[in-house]
Each structure stands twice: as C-alpha cells, then as structure tokens.
Design a protein around this ligand. Structure first.
Ligand code: IVH
Length: 715
C-alpha cells in the first residue's frame, strides 16, 4: 500500500478538518484511489485488500459529505461510472457494424443470389460478380482515419457503440498509423484482428506451464500471484489481448490484422469491392491474399470447394468464406435487413463432429416458461473448443432420436453455433438404459408444465410465481443488447433475487435505496456496489427500442422492437396504442398488425402481453423509473416522406417492391401493408387491386411510381 504523506490526517474525523486540510486530503485520496483502480483493472495483483480500498472510498465520501463545495472534478465518487468500471471509454461507430447471415451449403448460397436478383430485378443474363474472402474468426475492429492519420479504433461492441481500444491497436504492426498516398478527410476502415494457430498454441503452452508452476507453489504453501487464464481458442485469445487495459501487454501478444470493409467515408473511394481492397493495399493494410474476385455464382461455388480443401493447411483458423457482391452501387441499393446486409453472406464450412458420453439431461426453464432439455456430457473437443453441454431442443427431439442417459452421442459444432447432438451410437448403448421421461411439472416451481395441442414446447404455468421465469426475465432485461446494465450478470441477479431485493425490473432501479443491505454480503464491497449503482443510474434513459426489447415479450426480438419504436416514436404513444390494441378488430390492432414486419400473429402476442394486469403493473412501475427516449426521425432536407406512413401496392417498374419499401424506410417513412385513414401516401404500381380502391375511398393521397421516384429523389 502506498503510504501517503498526510497519513496523520486520516485518523481525524472529517468534522475536525479545516477546509484547507480537507482539500489536501481529497486531492491525495483522488490520486491514491485512481492508482489502485488502475492496478485493479489491469488485473495485476492489487496492492491493497478490498476492505482497505473500501475504507479509502468511505473516507473520501465522508469528507465530501462534510465539504460538498470541495468535491473535485476527478473525484473518485464521480469517476466510478460505467466508464471507469469497464476500463474503456465508449466510441460510437459512424456507421453501425453489422453481422452476416450464414449459408451452409450450395442451396443456401443459390437462395442468397436469387434473392439479390429478385430485389434488384436482374435477369438471368446479368452476371453477379462476388469477392470471396476467407472468414477468420477473430475480433472485428473499426479504425478511424482523419486526413490519412489513424486517430482512433474501437471494438464492434453492440454494433452501434464499441470500446475505445486505440492505445492497444497502436501496438499492432499491421496497422498503418498513416495511410500511404492520397486519403479522404475521414474514413472508417473495418478489419479482423486475429492470432495465428502456431502463435496461439505457443502462448497457450506457456500459460499452461505457468499455471502448473503456480499450482505447485501454492501446494507448497508459497505466495502466488493472480490466477493464470488459459485461452481456449485463438479468437478468445485475440479478444482478451485486445481488451487489456495496459497496452504494454497487448504489445507482447502476436496479433495480426486483415482489413476488409468500409464504414463511414467522407467521399467515395471505390466503385467495386475489389477496387476497395486494392485501395486498402495501397494505403498499407494487409488484405487477405486469398481474397479473390469471382466472375459469377459458379465461380463462387468453385471457390468454396477450393477453400474447404485448403482450410487445414492455412496458418490461421477460418470457419467459412464471406461473399460480397462486387458492385458497390448494388450494395447500396440492397441495403440491410435487421442486422445483416442483403449483399453479403458467410458461407460456413461443414461442422466438425465428435462422440462422447451423455451424462445427464437437465431441464432449463426459460423466461417465457419453456422447458428446454440440455445435454450434459463428458467434456470433448470439437471444432477447437471443449464442449460439455448441448441443446436437445424439446421433448419430441429426445424421443425421435431416442437419446438416453448413458448413451454415446455424436456431437456437431458449426462455428460459434451451440453444439448439436446429431444422434447416438446404438452399439454402445448400456444394457440397462431407459427412455428419458420428460417432466410434467416445472423443475423450478412445481407448477404443471403443459403442452398445448400442436405445439412442440412444454411450458410452466407458474407465470410470475415461477422463480426460474422471473430470473430469466431479469437476465434478459439487463443483457447487453437490452438495457445493458454492466455488472448485473447472471450470478448477481440470482443473488439479488434470492435475497429478495429484486423481483421485477423496476426493483433494479430502486436498488440505490438498499445499498446497506448489499454491503453486508460477502464479496460485495464498496467498489462493486458503487459500480453497479452507477451502471444502473446510467440506464435511466435508454432508446425506446432497447426498452421494448428488454421487456422480453414473446416474439419481440431486437428487430421487431425496433420496428415498434420507429412506428410509435414515444413510450406514451406505444403504451396507449398497445392498450387499445387488446381489442380484436380495433383500429389500433389493425394498425399494429399492418406494420411492415410485424403482422397479425405478433400483434396478438403483444395484445396478450398487455391484457395481463401483472405485466402492465410491472411495466408502469418500470416506466416510473426509466425514461425511454423518443425516436427522432431525421428528416433529410426536402424529403417529404420522413415520418409519413406509406403503402406500396401493385407491380413497380423500376425496382422491386422490397427495394422501394426499404428505400422509403431509409427516408424515415413507416411502411405498412394495409391502407387506413392514417396512411399518408399510397404508391400505386401496375395492376394494383383493392388497396388502390381503398385509398380512393378514404381520400388518401396516391402517387404513381414516377411521382414517388421524383419526390424521393431517385433517378
Ligand atoms: S464483412 C456488413 N468480411 O464475421 C459486413 N466480416 O459474421 C460485415 N469476419 O463481425 C462484416 N472475416 O468479425 C466481413 N472478410 C470478412 C470477414 C468478416 C471475418 C467476421 C467479422 C464480422 C463477422 C460477421
């Protein structure tokens, strides 16, 4: 522990300090606490115990309470926000970083190219050129250059905001600090940070040795440093290395970088993806030398075959090939659906297989009460990771495959997908094995678990009284892509629930009144509690779409939540409309069901959620604590469609209806499927039927395709 010069002052009560002494001590405390924070966060052995650290924090707080006018800008009580707790500042990407849809065979790939042709209305004679790039399973990063100079870099994060890892990225030899030649004023470059197989294995071996030595020292009763982490695969190793708080550690790790995509750019730099890769090479990036321009779909299929054969001989792991449509103008027209582009796909290699013994079948209870069987197995390595669990999906699946405890099972793992049990090895079945009896009651609360006619899932009927469902809902609520409350992981939620502090989402926001209770728990020091409460405070304002998603309503995933937020704009409006939509046939129900992408089945799900008084109570209690942010429609200048409700009907000439609808959404319009009084514009193509008639009846403004294109600025 660093001994501060003013140690003598520490013993005195805050009331006994003069203002000058208090000021001095606060300065010393700020520096000292910052020093320990830094040690703690780099995961080096901290110099002081948690109890001593807590004493410093308490002392700081006591003096601040006595002299509030002396609270420093860099006071530890202000600093322990999510930022310090996480160690990295947040950086918002200029353009979101998305993921890719997967293809697992020729059929999937052909379906992908067919959908491009449909969307762009291309005939069979039109050639689709692709660039094929090996898909390395590393960590994607976003690199920002201003006037050719590398200024900052971030992890992907949740796709919108990542962590600022500039200092760590600067240690990569593959990262050009300055772009060679002419560069745009501002550009974001995306690529993958990874580690080669041999480097990973060498590092892993050294960690294993170090861990063994540490264990021997510990067994001899000698003093040992912090636990040694052994990375499980190259991806995990690359990620851990890049997220070190001390760049000196990152600098020692053998990390490589391939660049492959573009984010925000102040000017157009290429017309095709192949040109873009050339630009990247000229600027000084490493681009995967196996990346190749492919003349058409058949060439892509052939490329996939070649890469499948070459895979094992490569010096780094790849789990497939990414195919990107070469023409950037087509990429722009195709745009995105949900979190993935329509113009690219990751074609994964066939999964690796292994056999092992099934030790047990556990039943998990999900947030909607679904009972899901999970296989517990003798650990086995498949596709580069050790596997101990696999999903068995549902009871029919178990019966169909006749999977029994004690069986030898065949496992398969594809990329980052959860392992699957393909089947069993009948010859190895133990003589005394019995078919698995699926439970008829919930293992968590004992309520009946029922399976409605025609459904595959058996559900617990305990609802809010079932602790497993409640905890799962809370876990979903705090997840990173939902409310994103740092520090509220599965274990802590379980603890808060078991202790009776948190039963509903709103309780989380009232935890600040229960800090005293938490202080009494083992392992819950001042620092942990302060970090947690700060992380919670930081989420009192969240985007409406996150809020809606966090509620965990069945079938309302991220993209449906986004559709709802965009359609209703504010929480108040959404809530009011959902209440009205409880009545079948009401105008609000029709409106909900006609939102592009929602439809009647999901509308029913929402209506049922709102019809349940418990849900409404929980929602309103939460809304009293949290303010969901309104969705802003950024109206492009002179764009008459922003915020308007539109319907497209009939066949359009210049583009497919899908493309037109995507275009309208980009301009900030809400696209719905049926015409009502609320509709602002109906775009009428050839052979339009009842919707055009309805528009005329209701006096809704109709546009011809030419008028729509003109007003939308499409040429
Ligand atoms: S392009 C919208 N290209 O795969 C375009 N991604 O499943 C999105 N990846 O997060 C990314 N190699 O981490 C692209 N040549 C490549 C890639 C690649 C690996 C990773 C990347 C991304 C993930 C998407």
């Amino acid at each position: 522990m660093t001994v501060s010069q003013d140690g003598a002052l520490r013993a005195r009560k805050p009331e006994a300090l003069t203002e000058e002494e208090a000021q001095q001590e606060l300065a010393a405390l700020a520096a000292e606490i910052a020093h320990h924070d830094a040690l703690y966060h780099t995961q080096d052995a901290p110099e002081i115990s948690d109890a001593d650290y807590d004493a410093l924090v308490r002392r700081n707080r006591a003096i601040e309470a006595r002299f509030p006018e002396l609270i420093r800008d860099d006071s530890p009580s202000r600093r322990v926000g999510a930022e310090a707790a996480e160690g990295f500042a947040k950086l918002r990407h200029g353009v979101p970083m998305l993921s890719l849809d997967n293809a697992f065979g020729d059929d999937d790939f052909r379906a992908f190219t067919a959908s491009i042709r449909r969307f762009l209305r291309l005939g069979a004679e039109e050639r689709l050129e692709f660039v094929g790039e090996p898909k390395i399973d590393g960590l994607s990063v976003n690199l920002t250059y201003e006037d050719g100079q590398f200024v900052r870099g971030a992890t992907r994060g949740d796709g919108t905001t990542g962590e600022d890892i500039t200092a760590n990225l600067l240690t990569l030899k593959d990262l050009p600090k300055k772009l060679k030649g002419k560069a745009p004023a501002r550009i974001e470059i995306r690529g993958e940070v990874f580690c080669e197989k041999a480097d990973f294995l060498a590092f892993r071996a050294s960690q294993v040795r170090a861990a063994e030595e540490r264990e021997q020292r510990r067994a001899r009763g000698e003093k040992v440093g912090p636990a040694i982490t052994i990375p499980v695969n190259p991806r995990n190793f690359a990620a851990g290395s890049l997220r070190q708080l001390d760049p000196a550690i990152t600098a020692q790790r053998p990390l490589k970088l391939f660049a492959y995509a573009m984010g925000e750019a102040s000017e157009a730099v290429a017309e095709t993806h192949a040109d873009w890769l050339d630009r990247l090479r000229q600027w000084g990036f490493r681009v995967n030398p196996l990346s190749q321009l492919l003349a058409d779909e058949d060439a892509a299929v052939a490329f996939q075959r070649r890469m499948t054969e070459q895979r094992a001989a490569l010096s780094y792991d790849i789990d497939g090939v990414v195919y990107k449509l070469n023409r950037l103008d087509w990429q722009r027209r195709l745009g995105f659906v949900g979190r993935a582009p329509r113009w690219a796909i990751a074609w994964k290699f066939p999964a690796e297989q292994a056999t092992t013994t099934l030790l047990d079948i556990e039943i998990q209870v999900g947030r909607t009460g679904a009972l899901t069987p999970r296989a517990v197995m003798e650990p086995v390595g498949v596709g580069g990771v050790m596997v101990t669990h696999a999903s068995l999906h549902n009871e029919d699946e178990i019966a169909r495959k006749d999977v029994r405890i004690g069986d030898t099972v065949i496992l398969q793992r594809a990329g980052d997908v959860i392992p699957q049990i393909l089947g069993i090895v009948p010859e190895k079945r133990p003589a005394d094995s019995e078919p698995f009896a699926f439970p008829q009651v919930c293992p968590a609360c004992g309520s009946h678990a029922i399976r409605p006619e025609g459904e595959v899932v058996r559900r617990c009927t305990g609802g809010l009284t079932c602790p497993a469902q409640t905890v799962e809902r809370l876990i979903h609520f705090t997840r990173r892509n939902a409310m994103d409350i740092e520090g509220l992981g599965v274990e802590n939620i379980q603890k808060l629930f078991d202790e009776g502090l948190v039963k509903s989402p709103a309780d989380i926001f009232r935890l600040h009144t229960r800090a005293d209770v938490m202080r009494g728990w083992e392992g819950w020091g001042e620092r942990k509690i302060a970090n947690l409460l700060n992380a919670i405070e930081a989420r009192r304002r969240v985007p409406l779409e996150r809020f809606i998603f966090a509620l965990g309503i069945r079938r309302i995933g991220e993209s449906n939540a986004k559709l709802l937020a965009r359609h209703y704009h504010s929480f108040a409006e959404w809530r009011a409309k959902m209440l009205a939509a409880r009545i079948v046939g009401s105008e609000a129900r029709e409106e909900l069901g006609s939102i592009q992408g929602i439809g009647p089945a999901i509308a029913t799900e929402l209506a049922e959620f709102f019809a349940e008084p418990h849900n409404l109570e929980a929602l309103d209690a939460l809304a009293a604590e949290v303010s969901p942010e309104e969705v802003e429609i950024v109206a492009a200048e002179g764009n008459p469609f922003a915020g308007k409700t539109m319907v497209f009907t009939g066949t359009l000439e210049a583009m497919s209806r899908d493309e037109a609808e995507a275009q309208a959404e980009r301009l900030g319009a809400k696209v719905t499927k049926s015409v009502s009084k609320k509709t602002d514009f109906v775009v009428v193509g050839a052979d339009a039927g009842s919707k055009a008639t309805k528009a005329a009846e209701l006096g809704v403004k109709t546009l011809t395709e030419a008028e729509w294109r003109e007003m939308a600025g499409l040429h």
